[in-house]
Design a protein around this ligand. Structure first.
Ligand code: NI
Length: 194
């Protein structure tokens, strides 16, 4: 089932999401719906707060960019990142400092707002998969970017919080419009909460 996506200005996007306590049929249904919703919106990642659930869960699917991902990850797409997947209670594992890399990012919660964001180009992370099996994984390049963007959502942080003050000033009008509900996309959006 395709869920409506919450857009900039809606409070759920600014909350710190809570840990997932355990498995349930509702959680499995939410994961399936989030995968449908991401696919319908041609997204590469989608976090639970973006569909109105303030829990530590995101889905991703880098397979449309598999060639780039393979190139950035030593010639092969890492096994954990093959195909669509859900990451439950994901967290970064502290690692030595890697270089920052800038790339353009979009977000399904801010349709048409594409901005350059600098982030570490490699991360290590821990997460539970949808069967609650634990994983520790390394991500480089695009995978690292998606993981960090989605982890930000679980902290109530958006990619526009990581751009320069000048770029942000240039976006102010658009952001104000969006917060008033003046926003359209090619996928269903959640109406503003009263
Ligand atoms: Ni996003």
């Amino acid at each position: 089932m395709i869920l409506p996506i919450y857009t900039y200005g809606q409070p759920v996007l600014r909350e710190r999401a809570r840990e997932v306590e355990g498995d349930s049929p509702e959680l499995q249904a939410l994961i399936a719906d989030m995968l449908d919703t991401m696919r319908n919106a041609s997204g590469i990642g989608l976090a639970a707060p973006q569909v109105g659930h303030s829990i530590r869960l995101f889905v991703m699917d880098a397979s449309p960019q598999a060639e780039d991902v393979a190139e950035e990850n030593g010639g092969v797409v890492p096994e954990w990142a093959r195909g669509p997947l859900a990451l439950i209670n994901p967290a970064l594992v502290p690692d030595d400092g890697y270089g920052l890399e800038s790339a353009e990012e979009g977000c399904l919660s801010l349709p048409d707002v594409r901005e350059w964001v600098a982030r570490p180009d490699r991360v290590r992370l821990r997460f539970l998969d949808r069967r609650f099996q634990p994983h520790e994984a390394a991500a480089h390049g695009l995978l690292a970017r998606v993981v960090q963007h989605e982890l930000d959502h679980l902290e109530g942080v958006l990619h526009i919080d990581r751009i320069s003050p000048l770029r942000k000033r240039l976006l102010q009008r658009r952001l104000r419009q969006m917060a008033r509900g003046e926003v359209e996309a090619e996928y269903p959006l959640a109406p503003l909460q009263a």
